[in-house]
Design a protein around this ligand. Structure first.
Ligand code: 5MM
Length: 343
């Protein structure tokens, strides 16, 4: 694979009308989602849940790629076909989460840094043999109530790790998704989220440049610019869309082939509405705006499935509906009628 192929893969992941399903929850994260519904967090239940998602008929019309967890890329559907092959058969590109989670940053209290660089070159080589063509690494940035965090040290530590990860991915001819997530937790304003997102993205792109990462061969997975969940001043959909696009225009180079948002805990319909509103703003914009949602795509099908094999069909319908709505949001064509059409 050459630099051209990295770019082609990145562009395929943001093809018109398509976005990414993040299904890369670690055991602890999927366990929290299962626990809320009384589903046992066993390897077999995780396999059955992912099988329900990946075997949804026609899902390749809306989903370009799926981010898998280490366990999942080694699992197979009933009958023994590896999940990577199941996805590729639907025209969906398999990807892999390669970070090993955010851990407390030694030094200033209240900040985290993502681990997983040791042995990453070898792990990427193995994931490639398992069919992965893109990867994901998530940095977690919290906005402190005291106005002091994130610190420059925290931003630089995370940007440095993201850049080293991205460089190793490109060396392995795997497209890196670079995900610096500003958490929604807290009482901060939308303006403070803007300020922190802007500083974070500037720091990340500077580190990518220092590490000689080709911007043409990566995707950015940012948060939207939102007030904290505990803020008394929530923002209308149009204000979130405007602030998010303004922030990206200031910070994301035009060479980047695409932006794929995380949903971050937003209600699923709201995450769709925000993406839709961004794509309705007057352009031109240098990059397509798409999605790489976990919760905003999975909440409805997971609730519907509930661990019951008899509800797989209903759960797949719920998943297809959310995927279709987000696909429409890619071109600003999501409407209340489309949302209701599932009923
Ligand atoms: C921010 O989380 C990513 C996007 O998910 P949402 O759309 O729900 O915000 C997601 O890919 C996340 O990185 C995975 O779920 C893995 O999380 P953990 O915490 O298990 O590494």
């Amino acid at each position: 694979m050459s630099a051209t192929t990295l770019k082609e893969t990145a562009l395929a992941l943001v093809a018109p009308g398509k976005g990414i399903l993040a299904a890369d929850e670690s055991h602890a994260t999927i366990g929290r989602r299962f626990e809320a519904l009384g589903i046992p967090n066993s390897e077999e239940q995780r396999r059955r849940y992912r099988q329900m998602l990946f075997t949804t008929k026609g899902i390749g019309e809306f989903i370009s790629g799926v981010i898998l967890f280490d366990e999942t890329i080694r699992q197979a559907a009933d009958g023994g076909r590896p999940f990577g092959d199941v996805l590729a058969g639907e025209g969906i590109i398999p990807g892999i989460k390669v970070d090993r989670g955010a851990k407390p940053l030694a030094g200033p209290p209240g900040e985290q840094v993502t681990e997983g660089l040791d042995g990453l070159r070898e792990r990427l080589a193995e994931y490639k043999t398992l069919g992965a063509r893109f990867a994901k690494w998530r940095a977690v940035i919290a906005i402190g109530e005291d106005g002091r965090t994130p610190t420059r040290l925290g931003l630089e530590a995370n940007a440095h790790a993201l850049a080293r990860y991205a460089a190793l991915c490109q060396e392995a001819e795997i497209v890196p998704i670079v995900e610096p997530e500003i958490l929604m937790d807290g009482g901060h304003s939308i303006e403070r989220c803007f300020e922190v997102t802007e500083a974070t993205l500037h720091t990340v792109f500077h580190a990518l440049w220092e590490h000689k990462v080709a911007l043409e061969g990566l995707l950015l997975k940012p948060n939207m610019v939102l007030p904290g969940t505990a803020s008394a001043r929530q923002a209308p959909v149009e204000a979130v869309a405007e602030a998010t696009v303004r922030c990206l225009l200031r910070t994301v180079p035009a060479a980047v082939p695409g932006v794929v948002f995380l949903s971050g805990g937003q209600a699923d319909e709201l995450a769709t509405a925000h993406l839709n509103a961004m794509n309705r703003l007057p352009g031109p914009r240098p990059w397509p705006l798409s999605f790489s949602y976990a919760r905003a795509l999975q909440a409805a099908p997971l609730r519907t499935w509930g661990g019951d094999p008899a509800r797989v069909g209903d759960a797949q319908r719920a998943f297809r509906h959310r995927a279709r709505c987000n696909s429409a949001a890619r071109s600003g064509a999501y409407t209340a009628e489309l949302e209701r059409s599932a009923a």
